[in-house]
Design a protein around this ligand. Sequence first.
Ligand code: RIB
Length: 319
Amino acid sequence: MPETVDIVVVGSVNLDQVIEVPALPAPGETVLGGPVTRLGGGKGANQAVAAARLGAGVALVGAVGRDPDSDWLRTELAAEGVDVSRLAALDGPPGHAVVLVDRRAENSIVVSPGANAQLTPAAVAAAGPLLGAATVVLAQLEIPPAAVLEAARHARGTFVLNPAPAPAPASGLPPELWPLVDVLVPNRSELARLRGVPDAAVADPAAVARLTAGLPCARVVVTLGGDGVLVREEGAVTVLPAPVVRAVDTTGAGDTFCGALAVALAERRTLTEAARFAVRAAALSVGHTGARTGMPTRAALDRATAPDHACEGADAGAP
Ligand code: RIB
């Protein structure tokens, strides 16, 4: 296995069970859906795949179980070109997720963490040299906060945190983590949770811009779905539009965005240029069911963003 890679993702691996439903169930409601589709998922693994498809050298630090499902998840990641040599095999099942997708391409997801919850700081520290040599280290919150903190401590390049799923206000994140975060990439509801405000308070981009000013991180990228993406850097705020697309399933759009952002940062682009690259990749990802199915290769992204390709616009369902 290579001693250095461009990007190390420290995060979760899940087996997604995807069911298409006419509408997401309300509390207490039962709905009938379509067949169950089993797909590779987990925010960490998805972000690693997104980056690998875009041509980066990627390793994933995480944990699965020792069962056939875990073997399948590992094999699938390796087939995508992700270095899985730091993926621990632990007793018990891997992470599982039940993903409901409705006709408007919206989803509801429940995650049973399985092995992801057992990822220890020591296991992350064992990948210390790899983390230290990477240009970008990317983490999310489907693994224990202590493991995320350990990853940040070992990172010498750009440390990117996607605070997903949003931390509960009471449990929060270790305060020592914040000075180590170079770029924070929340979506609207994660931003609301981090700032302790209701979701209604992040409805419009101007409010989002105001709320990013109070975060303990100077470089912030907020994904706004159809409203595009907001970048705060050096005190300046830029809103980039999302391309117009027909969305089938928005699951994994945020993961595609984060993986692509990491690729562009590893290529030494500015944060705004990286966000522009990532929002285009995320827009392409929502055209198919499943978190990874629509994630573009570099060639597909280049084709879609060529000057004569008419998809650049101002409204979309991604990321
Ligand atoms: O972001 C999408 C992912 O969230 C799914 O693949 C699911 O596994 C959950 O981790």
